[in-house]
Design a protein around this ligand. Structure first.
Ligand code: F0G
Length: 351
């Protein structure tokens, strides 16, 4: 839609906001649902990518943040706080800046991608680096919000997940049905919870006939839902999902069970292979965590758990420019080549 008005204006009857509230939006949502030709060929399915890097701050977090910051502004409190592996902090600081609110972000020291840090800096967030992981940051953010007059805008704030349901509605609106299978990367487990709630709501209202099976994929070194117990020291190249104790554990398990879905782990090696394949074969540059959904699809299609002919949507959650470091760290097969300006054609081996 031209001049996308943002998700609250697009789904006003489904997203309650306080009476008379000023809507804080950056025009999030309405992201591309791209048919993925290469992945469809490899899997024998109709595969689509929901490209969430196309949101204003480069990740799906904006869908929840427009709702959370709209509520925070209406509440009269002056400040918001969040814990983050990078994308929530980028989104919170942008929407807070737009609303004229102070933002404070708690991030794990040395474990957030460069682009995400750049965003928080430029949006004027108070950046607090914690010598610990995301789970430690979330505990501190919860304590801060309990003790001081600030709004916690992590996905434990229920209005965040209402906003994130809109991605499922957009997919149904475009396809005219729900997919058979929906693949997602899972970290703190808010997004898979929100998608399932969105699909279930649409089905209950008769907007679609059926709901998809939810396939949640975690990095092998940070896979608490796969193992069924928290991981004390999570580790993965996909820093966005480096989470050991997901806040939305129970609702995510219910989503898996109610949908006939699965939780599975994929190795960092497979995540990076899918990351390169998406860029090289589909033209879609995502951050490593986002490729986890595609790595998982490839693995489960290869071992027969994805019936051929299925309609599959993989959400790719964040933009590749978030993490330029990983893109250049030994993951390029073609090194930049110094060239004599008179010899470009011969360097390209064009005759
Ligand atoms: N993909 C990306 C790019 C993310 O940033 C996140 C979460 C996820 C997937 C997983 O989503 O947590 O709802 O299961 N990032 C959070 C953050 C933890 O702080 O930005 P989830």
């Amino acid at each position: 839609k031209a001049g996308s008005p943002g998700i609250i204006a697009t789904y006003p009857e489904r997203i309650p906001i306080p009476e008379g509230a000023k809507i804080v939006t950056l025009g999030e949502g309405n992201t591309p649902l791209l048919h993925a030709g290469h992945l469809s060929g490899v899997t024998g399915c109709e595969v689509y990518l929901k490209v969430e890097g196309a949101n204003p701050t480069g990740s799906f977090k904006d869908r929840g943040m427009t709702v959370a910051i709209t509520h925070a502004l209406a509440s009269g409190l002056q400040a918001v706080v969040c814990a983050s592996t990078g994308n929530t902090s980028a989104s919170a600081s942008a929407y807070a800046a737009r609303a004229g609110l102070v933002s404070a972000v708690l991030v794990p020291q040395g474990k957030i991608a460069l682009g995400k840090m750049a965003q928080a800096v430029l949006h004027g967030a108070r950046i607090l680096q914690v010598d610990g992981n995301f789970d430690d940051c979330l505990e501190l953010a919860r304590k801060t919000a309990a003790d001081y007059p600030v709004t916690l805008v992590n996905s434990v704030n229920p209005v965040r997940l209402i906003g994130q349901k809109t991605a499922a509605w957009e997919i149904c609106d475009v396809l005219g049905r729900a997919p058979d299978i929906h693949c997602l990367p899972v970290g703190n487990a808010g997004n898979i919870t929100a998608y399932w709630a969105g699909y279930a709501e649409y089905a209950a209202d008769g907007m679609v006939e059926a709901t998809p099976r939810m396939f949640g994929f975690q990095a092998a070194g940070a896979a608490p839902l796969v193992h069924g117990e928290p991981v004390p020291a999570p580790e993965t190249v996909a820093t966005a999902i480096r989470v050991g104790s997901p806040a939305s554990w129970d609702p995510a398990v219910r989503a898996r069970n109610a949908s006939g879905g699965i939780f599975e782990a994929v190795t960092d090696q497979d995540i990076l292979a899918a990351y390169r394949l998406l860029a090289a074969r589909e033209g879609v540059f995502v951050e490593p965590a986002s490729a986890t959904s595609v790595a998982g699809l490839l693995a489960t299609a290869a071992d027969g758990r994805v019936p051929p002919g299925s309609t599959v949507v993989c959400t790719v959650t964040g933009h590749g420019l978030k993490d330029p470091g990983t893109a250049l760290e030994g993951n390029v097969e073609v090194e930049p080549l110094a060239v004599d300006p008179r010899a470009v054609a011969s360097a390209l081996e064009l005759s």
